[in-house]
Each structure stands twice: as structure tokens, then as C-alpha cells.
Write a protein that binds this ligand. Sequence first.
Ligand code: PLP
Length: 339
Amino acid sequence: METIDWKSLPFGYIKTNYNIRCYYKDGKWSEPEINDSETINIHMAATCLHYGQEAFEGLKAFMGVDGKVRIFRFEENAKRLQNSAHGIMMAEVPTELFKEAIVKAVNLNKEFIPPYGMGGSLYIRPLLFGSGPKVGVSPSDEYMFLVFVTPVGAYFKEGFKPVKVQTFSDIDRAAPLGTGSIKVGGNYAASLRALGRAHDEGFSTALFLDAKEKKYIDEAGPANFFAIKNNTYITPKSTSILPSITNMSLCTLAEDMGLKVERRPIPFDELGSFEEVGACGTAAVISPICQITDRDTGKTFSYCQAGNAGPISTMLYNRLRAIQLGEEPDKFGWNIIVS
Ligand SMILES: *Cc1c(COP(=O)(O)O)cnc(C)c1O
């Protein structure tokens, strides 16, 4: 292994030593296999390639202040992958197998876990897809479950800095009763054009409106949306957003900190009344938002004073990080220790 410069680690892919693979065939899963290749060999008629039978997860392992390695809320990721599998008719990965595969992947690549204090973590990417051949449209009889890991650096290189986002009404990522609530690759394919355009036009991400009426906030490309006002944490309720585990955790922490929590539709017109807004997900925990601009009307809402995140977003961010790093007691039982 080449020496890694932990301080300048990007949020990208770096080769590690091993990945874990399980195969579903004749109605049952194989034992997890250790593999040292970065490539996979699958049938050209595999359903993942033609009909989008593919779902993934994203979670992290952290080197704690006490030198122990923690994985955050893996049971929720296992459950969500089962929902995704159910949603597009794939074989479900049992929670025990999911756990065994991710723990193996972390343990076999220990030297790639960024040291405590560098802001990095070991990103875990479980992947499930239809690997058997079909030409007619129907679910595969065979599936592959793969877990790879890659070290990632701090998401915010210059610290916890607010970003600008864009709303628009000409692209949807998911239909109201479609696949928006499961973590399937197709949703990402559908979001790429809007994300690319938002970047080109100077925004850090796209904020999708509800697909039916374009009246409510749905979510940011790969992250949920939340807002703070009147001591209340507010996050959208919608059939087409992905239930973020980070968001779920922030709701719990907000309540624990004495805030009220509301899950309800958030009308676009309410954006002007919020004190703080942000996007949340595993990659960054929280991306504070300092500006939301509507592409159609040019209407702009601004939030952060002097380019800084609001006090409640900052507190929530710090507490979640502290739990993940073992700096604060894990009072909700969110971590497992793997070594
Ligand atoms: C993965 C994902 C999120 C974030 O979920 P976390 O569990 O918090 O990482 C949010 N939105 C979408 C569309 C996602 O795919």
C-alpha cells in the first residue's frame, strides 16, 4: 500500500485491498467471499444493465478518539437495502449477512481507516444487483451483493461552510409513487442532468420540488432537506424522498436538545420564513445552505450571516460527529464497535 496523505484525502475512490462478494442462486445466498480484484465479470444480459435492477447503500466506519473502530447505524442501512430490494423485486440481503459482509470489509482494510482527528472516515458501499440474464422484462433469478470500502477525507476542506442550491420545475428525479423512496441507481441517473446544470450555473447542488405540483420541497440530489424556525426542526414528508438515516438521527438529536420536530410538506413559499436550512446525508452529515435560488423566477432566499452556518445546524452537526467518533456517549445505541 502506498502511503496515504490523510490530510488531503479527497471524497472519491481509492483502491483498497479487498472487497466482499455474495451470490444469490437457486433461492439462497452464498457465504461471503473475499476478493482482491476491483472488477466484476457479469453476463451481458444481466438485468442490472438493461432494466436497472440495482440498489446501493452508503455508511461509514470511524476511528474513534479511543482507538476503537465504530460503524454507524448499520441496521438501518440493512433495512433500507431490504426495502430497496423489495421495491424492484430483487432478492433481499438478510441483516446478518449484511453485517457480516460490512464488518469483514472493514476488518480486512483496517489500514485504510483514516486516523482520528483527520476528519476522514472509511466509506462503506454495499451494492446489490440482478446478475442473471433476462431479455424479456422480468426480475433476475440471480443476484450479487458486493461490499467495497474506500477512505474518504473531510467533506468540507475549509470547514463547515454553507452552500448555494437551485430549485427548478423542468426536471424530476422520481415520480410521486415511483422509486424515490428507495435507494436505486435509476433515481441518480434521473437526477444527473439537474445536478450537472446546477453546478454549471454556480450552485453546489439541485433541490428538487415535488414532482406532482412543484409546490413543495422534496430533497436535494443525494441528501434530505431540513429547516429550522421557532425552535423547530422541520423536514419534508413526501412519498418520493429517500428516508435518510442522517436525517432520522438529527430528528432524534433535535428532540433531545429540546427542539420540536415536524415532518410535513414544506411549501416553497415557506422558504422565506426559515432561520436556518441545510441538506443532510452520510457524506457530509450536514451541508448548511446559505442561499436557495429558483431557476424559473430568479427568486432568492438567503440564510447565513457572514457565510457561517446557523447555531442549531452547527450544534446538531457537532453532536452527531461526536457520537460517531466516540467523543460523546452513544446514548441511543447507534454504533457498533468492530475492533
Ligand atoms: C442516500 C441518500 C440520502 C442520504 O441518506 P443517509 O442515510 O443519510 O446517507 C438522501 N437522499 C437520497 C436521494 C439518497 O440516495
